[in-house]
Ligand binder design. Structure first.
Ligand code: PGA
Length: 224
């Protein structure tokens, strides 16, 4: 099984979300293209999750939904926070520990470990981002995303050899069997990242914003 995860970050307005699903639906033509052995997960902003859910249902798309963040606290008196319990009703996955959250919003290991625990309790699968081998990994993580900071949004991806090396290190050291790579993945580089069995997929940021580009990535991961 390969995981292809789209992280839209803080992008898109309502009409753009509608356009994306509409175009992806017509490009992919799921009557002819079934996604055997691929789990496609799209992570829009919180405010577009409900809309994305209804579009996935409308077009009957084989796409799972994920959130980009979750509160480190339970439901309750935490103004502005979105709890794992709330997300559990809407999505199956949640990205935790992205370097943009660690760096821009001072998220530390303690908070991130709390998030993973609450996500697990709410039935969510955590996609936990690590920046390298030294990043601490909590229990109860479903997927590790290896994302070196220098490769994110720079157009300079890590080599497939190094990603595979980090993936096998993580699998040896932790009880985790799914490790993906993120950082400047495009339709032109995807083939290199999926050819190794050690790596279980990719997390695409910029390249996932355009439905055509994202479909080119998904299409190359299809097995006949
Ligand atoms: P990028 O982002 O594909 O735009 O480099 C990846 C990520 O931050 O997950």
């Amino acid at each position: 099984m390969k995981y292809i995860i789209a992280n839209w970050k803080s992008n898109k307005q309502v009409e753009e979300v509608k356009d994306w699903f509409n175009k992806f639906h017509s490009l992919a033509n799921f009557k002819q293209n079934n996604l055997n052995d691929i789990e496609v997960v799209v992570c829009p902003s919180f405010v577009h999750l409900q809309l994305a859910r209804s579009l996935i249902n409308k077009y009957n798309l084989p796409i799972k939904l994920g959130a980009q963040n979750v509160s480190p606290e339970t439901s309750g008196a935490y103004t502005g926070e979105i709890s794992a319990e709330m997300l559990g009703e809407l999505v199956g996955y949640v990205i935790i520990g992205h370097s943009e959250r660690r760096d821009n919003f001072s998220e530390n290991d303690k908070m991130l470990f709390q998030k993973v625990g609450l996500a697990k309790e709410a039935g969510l699968k955590s996609i936990f981002c690590i920046q390298g081998k030294e990043t601490l990994i909590p229990n109860n993580v479903s997927i590790i995303a290896y994302e070196p900071v220098w490769a994110i949004g720079t157009g300079k991806a890590e080599t497939p050899e190094n990603t595979a090396e980090v993936a096998s290190y993580v699998k040896r050291k932790y009880p985790i069997d799914t490790v993906i790579y993120g950082g400047s993945v495009t339709k032109d580089t995807i083939a290199d990242f999926i050819k190794t069995d050690t790596l279980d997929g990719v997390l695409a940021g910029g390249a996932s914003l355009d439905p055509d580009h994202f479909w080119q990535i998904v299409r190359q991961c299809q097995v006949d």
